[in-house]
Structure formats: C-alpha cells, structure tokens
Design a protein around this ligand. Structure first.
Ligand code: ADP
Ligand code: MG
Length: 689
C-alpha cells in the first residue's frame, strides 16, 4: 500500500526501508521523514577534486580518473579470502587497484573502461596501489557528483542504503517550515531552510555547501538560544526555598575539610551560598577542569541545604561515579550527622526499597544516584537542592528535567550542574545561556603534572615497552583508540579489538588486560572498570567510554592511539584519567596523521595542561562545531555542528538581542514557535509559557 509521505511519516513507509533498516535508523535517532532529512552527512568525500597518479602521494586519500589496462585472475588466499588486482593508468602514470573478496568487480573491470576511483594511495611492492577503492564508471553525458555524502551508520545500514532513502524523500524538503523571517534571511545573507536542507545531501560545490551549512547553523542556533532564554525567564518567575546561612555553622564545615579550599573554590562557594539564600531557584553551572575539586564545593552546598532542614540529591551519569560520590560525601558530611545513601539500580531490591523509604520519609538527608533513578522514580520528602555531575555532558534535556522534577508546594529546588569540560567563555555564554556560571580555574596545590609526549605511529614499540615496565612496578595504564572494530571506511584507524588482540599476543603478553567499548552493556563495563580499579587488570584497552570513568589513582600511563582523530578538549579529558595519584604520570599521544596540522595540534597538548587554554586552542583551530557536536552526547545535538568559525554565533547574538527587545513583533512568531517546539522535544516536563 503506498502511503503519501509527509514530514511526520514514519520512515518505514519509505520505499526500500524494512523493519531492520528502520530499527537501525531508530538507533541513529531517525524516525520520521523529517528526521531523515535533518540527518545531515557527517562529512563528504570530495571526489570531484581529482589528482593524477604521479602526483598522488603515499597515504593520500584521493580521487583519480583512470582507464583500466589489465586485470589479473581472481586468486585464492588463505581461508576464504580472494584477491585480484587491476592495472590502471592515466596520462602520466600507472597504479594497481587491489580488491579483496570482490570477485564480481573483477567481472566488470574490463580493459579500456574509464572510472573515477577513490581511495587511499599506498606504495606496495609493485609501486603505487589503491586498496579497495570506490569505483564510479565514467559515462558520456552523465556528470558525476562532486561531493559524495558520508552518513553515520548503524548496521545493517550502508552508505548506499541511506543515500537512497534520502533521495527518495528529498523532494519533501519543500514542506520544511521556515523558522526565520525573510528580513532576517536577507540581512544575514541566508537561504531558506528547505533549500539548505536539500543542499546538505546533494551539494553541487563548496560554495553552495557552506551557504547551506551557515543557514542551517544560524537558524538552529537562533532557535536554541531563544529556547534557553525562555527557560531562563521561566526559572526567574518561579519560587524556591531560600536556604539561609544563619545558625548552620557552615564555617565549621569548611574548616572540617581535610584541605584548605583554593581561592577559586572559596569564590564558587560564596556565589552558590548567595544564590541559595534567595527565593528564586539557583540555576548555576560549576565549571572546572578535572581534579579542580568540584565535589567539595557541591558538598558545601549540600551541607547548607541539609542544615536548613531540607534534603538534597546528587546525580551522576554512571553507577560507578555515583558510588564514588556517595563515599566522598559521606566522608565530608557524616561527621555532622548528615545521612547519605546510594541509590543505584545495581542494589538488591530490598535495599533499594529501604533507601526509597528513607528518602520519602526524610530520614535520609542526601540521596546519591544515577540520573534515571533519581529523576524518574524517587519521591522526596523535601528536596531543596539538586546537584548534577554531568562530567562532560550538559544536555539541555537533563537540565530541563531536573528543573521540573523537585518541587515542594509549588516551589522549585535549587540546581547546581557540574561540568568538567572547560569551555571557552565566548561559547559557554551560548551553550549555558540559561545558567549562571562559577568557574574553578585553579587546581589544588601539589598536583602532579602529567607529562605529555607526542610520538609517531612508528615509535609505538618503545611506548608499549614502557607501559609493560610500569605495570611490572605496580602501575596501570590505559590504551585508548577511536573505533570499536575494523571497518572498511576507517581501515587506517585501528580498533580497540585489534589492539587488544595484538597487544595481548605480543608486547604485553602475560599482562592481565581488559577490553571496554561502548557497545558493551553497562554491567559488563562496570565489571571491567572494577577489575581495573582493583588491579586485577593492569592494562585497559578501550574506546573513549573511559572518559566518564572512575578515579584509579594507580593508573599512571595513558596511551592514545590515532590521537589526531580526537578534538583537543577530548584529549584533555582523556588525559585527566591519569595523574590522580602521587606517582608521576605520562600521557602518550600517538600521531597517526600525516600532515603538519595534526602534529601542530598535538604539540598544544604537550605544552599546555590548562583545560581552558586547550579549549581555546581547540576553538581557534577546529571551530565551535566540536563543542556543540560530539560533546552533546546525543541528548540533543546541533545537527549542523560543522560551523567552522564564530561569526555565525556572533551574528545570532545580535538577532537574539533584537528579538528580546521586540518580543511581540509578529515577524518573530515562527522563531518563538520553533523555540517552543525545541523545548518540548528536549525539555520533557518543562513548562513553556
Ligand atoms: P573534580 O573537580 O574533578 O570533580 P574532585 O572533587 O574529585 O575533582 O577532587 C579531586 C581531588 O582533589 C580529590 O581527591 C579531592 O579530595 C582533592 N581536593 C579538592 N579540593 C582540594 C583542595 N582545596 N586542596 C587539596 N586537595 C583538594
Ligand atoms: Mg568529579
């Protein structure tokens, strides 16, 4: 039965999409036609920019127009593998194309045919070759596209399957509503949303693509910022319980801590206490580099809250972190008769029930748990303060959920969000437009500096030898790589699984090792992490999932493979997993990149240990996309995060100001509507007036 497609139609009605594909799309967050249209490519292969064989250098990913000269017979290799080679040439050179397990291609590649081939050049025994290139036949009268979009994948989806589905619905771009009034588009030189979205999937050239990106980025940002402004003004309108400083002995508490607070911590505590004393809910972000001592600041806020007679809760992204926070808070707070309990799904049912009862009747003062447990299923007696440790996540959705959660007699809880991602101030104003910010820009004294080294991919043997020695003297180490398993598309980036296999068979033979990646279940991950923390495992090979990990003071070595593939800020986060004990720690960045640019970038890491400086450098070099994109961890992300400079952000500044000065101008209605929808989508129960 043919269904007339609209923007809201579920994608299973698109031709060629069955159950399996539709499920895979769902995993990528694509459920409707509109989702699919806004599922922008994560990159493009610039196949229209061709080079000649003689100019192509070793390791270059490039596009070449070639004519087939000869084709070898298909040869059988060990196992079920087959290989065949084809000699191709252009005006001034020749190279071989190598194909594994593609006997059918051998049939089509006949002598004299012309192709555009795309792949990575390498120098083999017989000279230049390209392994498993992508082939496009050159046919008279048919123009090959300049850019080929590359989408994020989830099996069994392939690039081709996604492209086909997108092309199927591309005409529906026409129906995409326009958030920006024409006057704004004209004055900022933007194209219509419908046009921009279409172009993202089939850009003709660089110029068109960058205009489309800019237009989408602009409207997304405008909508997002307007939504945050709304959220903020809603916060300002509701009441909260003022938590006073009188007779609570907060000075005693601060003096009881095992260390003297840094001046940054003192300043943050002061700012927070001042917020808590008001009858408006605090909405504050505590931003500080890894190890800057956010927990102690949070503990002070919790102390004040409990001594005023109310409960507090603290939420962490993982059970491991929750357990860690519970331990720390207990240490700080129990001497003052404050009862803290852990609430995570790993607890026995009876225990969970007991804790929930204690939270409901008020006998438990502080509940520490994961987001889900605290926000969804727990009823408090009188919670007046919610602390969220986001590590490096700062989903607007979670913020909104938190806000809407704990209300007592129509009064809302104060909220403190802790983030370990240093974000340059210019950006933080945008991303956290709804929050006040306290900055911990100073580390406690006596910290071990983490020595950072950059080595080339050829020098890793020494690096692993060093890691082996460290483990023999009681140390532990992480090996981080960027992907889970080898796949065709990223054949040059080696995966956690292959590293694990290789290391445990060779340089690290005999050393207890563990493997961790994002596709494992939380319980499996927790087990591996726990083995590493207790020392049963000495080397942990993993993808970036360890970013949000536990504190393992014995870990002294961090090796990051293909470091060039990570953003600087992300590298900084990863690096923060070592140097937590009193032993000298080393972070080794393995540069698998060829260009000067990656070497330069990694040098910044070597020379800078301040997270904010690293973030600034990241912003300068890679643009803000990274901060909006990767780091949003799927909660909500700017679909068009590839904006390369700050100008779009600054331009939206002016617009938002103008709108706020003229909120009733009918011109801006559509923008307000979009902002409202945005909040409904991300904000769950948040009321939007
Ligand atoms: P993060 O900001 O990464 O959450 P933590 O709160 O976990 O940092 O603190 C890191 C470590 O530093 C903890 O062991 C904590 O006890 C210690 N610490 C915190 N503040 C100070 C301080 N002012 N002086 C010395 N050590 C401190
Ligand atoms: Mg912390």
């Amino acid at each position: 039965m043919a269904v007339r497609l609209g923007l809201e139609t579920p994608i299973k009605y698109i031709k060629g999409i069955g159950e399996a594909k539709s499920n895979a799309f769902a995993r990528l967050g694509v459920e409707t036609v509109y989702d699919l249209l806004s599922f922008y490519p994560r990159g493009y292969e610039e196949r229209g920019k061709t080079v000649s064989i003689s100019d192509a250098f070793d390791g270059e990913l490039c596009s070449v127009i070639v004519t087939v000269r000869e084709t070898s017979a298909v040869k059988r290799l060990r196992g079920n593998m087959t290989v065949f080679r084809s000699l191709v040439e252009d005006e001034n050179g020749a190279m071989e194309l190598v194909f594994f397990n593609c006997p059918y291609i051998a049939k089509t590649l006949s002598s004299g045919r012309k192709y555009r081939v795309y792949g990575r050049i390498r120098i083999g025994h017989r000279g230049k070759e390209m392994v498993s290139p992508k082939l496009e036949p050159i046919i008279k009268g048919v123009e090959l596209p300049y850019y080929i979009p590359i989408y994020r994948l989830s099996p069994p989806l392939t690039q081709k399957a996604i492209s086909q589905a997108v092309l199927e619905v591309l005409p529906l771009c026409e129906a995409i509503p326009e958030p920006l009034p024409e006057s704004v588009r004209t004055s900022h030189n933007l194209i219509k949303q419908s046009e921009a979205v279409r172009i993202m999937h089939v850009p003709k050239d660089e110029k068109e693509l960058s205009l489309a990106r800019r237009s989408i980025a602009f409207s997304e940002l405008a909508v997002f910022r307007l939504a945050l402004c709304n959220m903020r003004s809603n916060t300002d309108r509701v009441k909260a319980i003022p938590l006073g400083l009188k007779n609570v002995g907060s000075k005693n508490f601060l003096e009881s801590l095992p260390f003297e607070l840094t001046s940054a911590q003192k300043r943050a505590v002061k700012e927070i206490f001042s917020d808590l004393g008001k009858d408006r809910p605090m909405a504050r972000l505590l931003q500080g580099d890894v190890g800057s001592g956010k927990t102690a600041v949070a503990a002070a806020a919790i102390y004040l809250c409990v001594k005023n007679g109310y409960q507090a809760c603290m939420m962490a992204p993982t059970e491991i972190l929750a357990a860690q926070h519970k331990k720390t808070l207990d240490k700080f707070l129990s001497p003052f008769g404050i009862r803290t309990e852990l609430l995570v799904s790993g607890l026995p049912a009876a225990e969970k029930r007991r804790v929930r009862e204690g939270i409901a009747d008020g006998s438990i003062n502080v509940a520490v748990g994961t987001h889900a447990l605290i926000t969804e299923k727990t009823v408090f007696n009188n919670c007046a303060l919610a602390v969220a440790d986001e590590q490096h996540r700062f989903g607007v959705k979670q913020r909104a959920e938190l806000l809407s959660k704990s209300e007592i007699d129509g009064r809302r809880a104060h909220m403190l969000v802790m983030s370990a991602t240093p974000i340059p101030r210019s950006l933080s104003l945008i991303i956290f437009g709804d929050l006040d910010v306290s900055l911990l820009d100073e580390l406690p004294p006596g910290r071990q500096k983490i020595e950072t080294k950059v080595v080339s991919a050829n020098d890793t043997e020494k690096v692993y030898e060093f890691l082996r020695k460290e483990t023999e003297t009681g140390g532990r180490g992480y090996v981080v790589c960027s992907l889970i398993e080898e796949n065709e598309e990223n054949s040059d980036r080696r995966s956690a699984e292959s590293y694990f296999a290789e290391l445990s068979n060779a340089v690290l033979k005999g050393i207890p090792m563990g493997l961790m990646h994002g596709r494992m279940k939380p319980a499996e991950k927790a087990e591996v992490m726990n083995d590493f923390a207790t020392g049963r495992i000495k080397v942990l090979v993993s993808t970036t999932v360890i970013e949000v990990g536990v504190d393992v003071p014995e870990a002294t070595v961090m090796i990051i493979e293909n470091a060039e593939c990570f953003g600087l800020s992300q590298l900084h986060q990863l690096r923060g997993r070592v140097g937590r004990g009193n032993k000298r720690s080393v972070c080794v960045l393995v540069n698998g990149g060829k260009g000067e640019d990656s070497a330069d970038r990694l040098k910044i890491m070597r020379d800078t240990s301040d997270g904010f400086k690293v973030a600034e450098a990241d912003l300068e070099r890679r643009g803000p996309g990274d901060f909006f994109g990767v780091r949003q961890s799927g909660e909500f992300s700017f679909a068009c995060s590839a904006i390369s400079d700050m100008t779009v952000l600054k331009e939206t500044d002016a617009l938002i100001k103008e709108i706020r000065e003229n909120p009733n101008d009918p011109e801006y209605r559509t923008l307000f509507d979009s902002a409202k929808k945005f909040l409904e989508r991300t904000g769950g129960g948040l009321t939007v007036n």
